[in-house]
Design a binder for this molecule. Structure first.
Ligand SMILES: Nc1ncnc2c1ncn2[C@@H]1O[C@H](COP(=O)(O)OP(=O)(O)OP(=O)(O)O)[C@@H](O)[C@H]1O
Ligand SMILES: [Mg+2]
Length: 464
């Protein structure tokens, strides 16, 4: 009987000689370079399409509809009346005579400031931010790749900016995705957090060497990298982005070098508290006073950069998809978090106990797992199961899968940069709703933790 070739799977009857004819010569190391160069050219071509004449990314304009619906809580007619009554306020521009008015985000922020001082006292125009307290640091992490860390961090950063907060984004991933989203320019590791970590180590080493010299011991090597790093300030690394109230410390492939350099430093000077480096430096440079919220995007690994980001963070978000493998992997991630931080605490506290000093105990304001790319039709059962096991550790909001994320094109990254006119309004509203709700769930954690700090500070002041 002759089998119908149509019903045969395609992996039958492949002729080895034909296959050989189709095969290219073996691949060498040099070929990787060729492939990488092609990718770089393609990337530059794609990225340049989203840039303005100066080769920078630019942010779209915001319409009266969008402003009054999403950004400033006033009715559209009232918004128009206020603008008319105040010709000095930004008036927007329209594409056609008498058409809808469009504003830059800078203008929206100015308008919001006006409503905040002149408008109804019953409404919240400006988000809560207690005076005198430092910025909150938020790390988005999971050692599983592709779970939505960067998308979640980028959208939260944009939401917070639209909400009126001053935002800093720090890219700790040498893949540099976050840096691309915010149009950052990073030449080498000296434009990344690397010199800040090096500076922290260098300061430690200087103190340690002084002690060695005093004891008559030979000092540890202090190379050019460390000397250079001592001159770098956080402000030298912070770049403006196309968002008026989002700044960036970018990343680039060379940042990966830190993963090799840090353990060498740790071996040299065991007393160096690497997990404190990011917080200490940002604090020393006054960065924590200059912003409201700082988002740290981390690589899909629990390496030294991630440990630094996690230790620096006040709020930790752990994105995961509602699938068995991602749940499984996330469980292991928490297990690794436990063993990593427990071993740091143990190492520190042996000495602390012996000296009768206060013991080190890491603490976070809040830790939440967040379901991302959720498909209610397919994943409802698994998501409920994850919910049942994780309980309050799981954020109550599930971030839906939305075509608006991947398809927005090369110029724009995600839903807040997309022009709603490019989409069906219904699709847009639903996509936006899920990210607004992701932000709302996060903002509750943010405000709750700030409020806790504020009350603690007041109680302390009252006692004093
Ligand atoms: N809510 C969503 N709806 C649809 N697609 C999404 C959503 N969130 C993320 N994605 C897509 O999923 C993919 C992975 O997302 P992302 O890059 O944010 O993950 P990641 O955890 O940062 O990855 P990595 O581990 O490589 O850093 C991307 O293609 C992104 O566009
Ligand atoms: Mg990422």
């Amino acid at each position: 009987m002759v089998k119908d070739s149509q019903t045969q799977p395609p992996y039958f009857n492949i002729d080895p000689d034909r296959a050989l004819q189709e095969l290219d010569p073996p691949v060498t190391t040099g070929d990787f370079n060729r492939i990488a160069e092609v990718c770089t050219r393609g990337r530059e071509d794609l990225a340049s399409r989203g840039m303005n004449e100066e080769g920078r990314k630019s942010l779209r304009l915001f319409s009266t509809w969008e402003i009054t619906r999403y950004l400033i809580p006033v009715a559209t007619p009232h918004f128009r009346r206020v603008l008319k009554a105040h010709p000095d306020l930004p008036q927007g521009r329209s594409e056609t005579e008498g058409g809808a008015k469009w504003f830059t985000l800078d203008e929206v922020l100015r308008l919001r400031a006006h409503f905040a001082t002149e408008g109804s006292k019953a409404k919240e125009y400006r988000p809560y931010r207690p005076d005198g307290l430092p910025a909150k640091m938020v790390a988005v992490a999971n050692f599983k790749g592709g779970v939505g860390k960067t998308s979640t961090a980028a959208h939260l950063a944009m939401s917070a900016a639209l909400d009126g907060y001053r935002v800093l984004v720090i890219d700790l991933d040498s893949q540099g995705s976050m840096t691309s989203i915010f149009g950052g320019k990073v030449d080498d590791e000296w434009d990344t957090v690397f010199p800040l970590l090096a500076r922290h180590y260098a300061s430690h080493l200087r103190r340690e060497n002084q002690g060695r010299i005093d004891r008559g011991d030979p000092p540890l090597p202090f190379d050019d990298t460390l000397t250079e790093a001592l001159k770098v300030r956080s402000q030298d690394l912070i770049q403006k982005t196309h968002w008026p109230n989002i700044d960036l410390i970018g990343a680039q492939l060379n940042l990966y070098w830190s993963e090799f350099q840090i353990p060498v430093w740790r071996m040299q000077a065991r007393g160096w508290k690497l997990w404190d480096s990011l917080t200490d430096i940002l604090e020393a440079d006054g960065v924590l006073d200059g912003y409201d919220v700082i988002f740290l995007d981390t690589p899909p690994a629990l390496g030294y950069l991630t440990i630094n980001g996690l230790a620096a963070s006040d709020i930790l978000l752990v994105p995961l998809g509602a699938s068995f493998l991602e749940f499984d992997s996330t469980g292991r991630f928490f297990d690794m978090l436990h063993s990593t931080f427990a071993s740091i605490e143990e190492g520190e506290n042996m000495a602390a106990r012996a000296l009768g000093r206060e013991e080190l105990a890491f603490e976070w304001d809040a830790v939440r797992a967040v379901i991302t790319r959720y498909d209610g039709a397919q994943q409802g059962e698994l998501a409920s199961l994850i919910q049942a096991y994780l309980g309050r550790t799981l954020s109550p909001h599930r971030q839906d899968f939305t075509a608006l994320i991947g398809q927005a094109g090369e110029q724009v990254s995600g839903i807040y940069e997309a022009d709603y006119r490019d989409f069906n309004r219904e699709t847009y509203a639903r996509g936006r709703e899920t990210f607004d709700a992701t932000y709302a769930a996060f903002k509750r954690l943010l405000l709750g933790s700030w409020r806790r700090d504020e009350l603690a500070a007041q109680a302390e002041a009252g006692v004093a």
